[in-house]
Design a protein around this ligand. Structure first.
Ligand code: ZN
Length: 221
């Protein structure tokens, strides 16, 4: 039996999209798995945009992917403290990697689409900002959600969530929960609750159940 949780309302007769492969793997690998394992070529907006990234941009992205992998493996960072100061040189390196990775996503094609290669280093940058000043870091976590294709804006206590073409991963779950922590640190409990609700939505989308979410969230409300 398969349980499908819809991310948005589905019109009668509408299509249901399902991610057959790990969205955090490189596009070429995902496409190959779909061809070899499932015998089809995905025609979704994201796959069509990804297929247009070629040549130098693609090489640059592969190089950055490897660099990001070794950077985050060498410099583990944890938002749950006790917080150690993150060296400025590491923060500068991480910001540069994030900026360069974003450049491999042509703005015109990816304006409304996920930029999946940015999420891991984006979360690192956000966590580094959080160790310095939790109150000012929520925007960095919203950037991670944006790189997953989910557009969140916070105006005072008002939160809007545009799920667009969102792709949910554990990185997104962490981003939503840390954003909630940052907002709570500034006393913005209303916005914090909205982000926590988004975290719960992602959790259910990932695991199919609500069980265990409270433990994962680590916030006793
Ligand atoms: Zn696709």
């Amino acid at each position: 039996m398969m349980v499908v949780h819809a991310m948005r309302d589905i019109a009668a007769g509408g299509e249901i999209f399902f991610s057959y492969v790990n969205p955090e793997h490189p596009f070429a690998e995902r496409r190959k798995k779909l061809r070899d394992g499932y015998g089809f070529e995905c025609g979704c907006d994201l796959c069509r945009a990804e297929a247009d990234v070629r040549g130098a941009a693609l090489e640059k992205r592969a190089r950055l992917r490897a660099e990001i992998h070794s950077f985050v493996s060498a410099h583990r960072i944890d938002g749950d403290g006790p917080h150690k100061a993150v060296p400025a040189v590491q923060k500068a390196k991480a910001s540069k990697l994030l900026h360069e990775m974003r450049e491999t996503y042509p703005p015109a094609r990816f304006e409304r689409l996920p930029r999946l290669g940015c999420c891991v280093i984006g979360l690192w940058v956000a966590l580094a900002a959080m160790t310095r000043s939790p109150g000012a870091a929520h925007g960095r976590f919203l950037d991670v959600l944006r790189d997953l294709g989910c557009f969140v804006t916070v105006w005072g206590s008002e939160v809007t969530v545009d799920r667009g073409r969102a792709v949910w991963t554990e990185t997104g779950l962490h981003a939503a929960m840390y954003a909630a922590q940052c907002l709570a640190a500034t006393g913005n409990e209303v916005a914090a609750s909205a982000l926590e609700a988004l975290g719960k939505e992602i959790y259910v989308a990932l695991y199919g159940v609500e069980d265990g979410f409270e433990a994962e969230s680590g916030r006793n409300s």
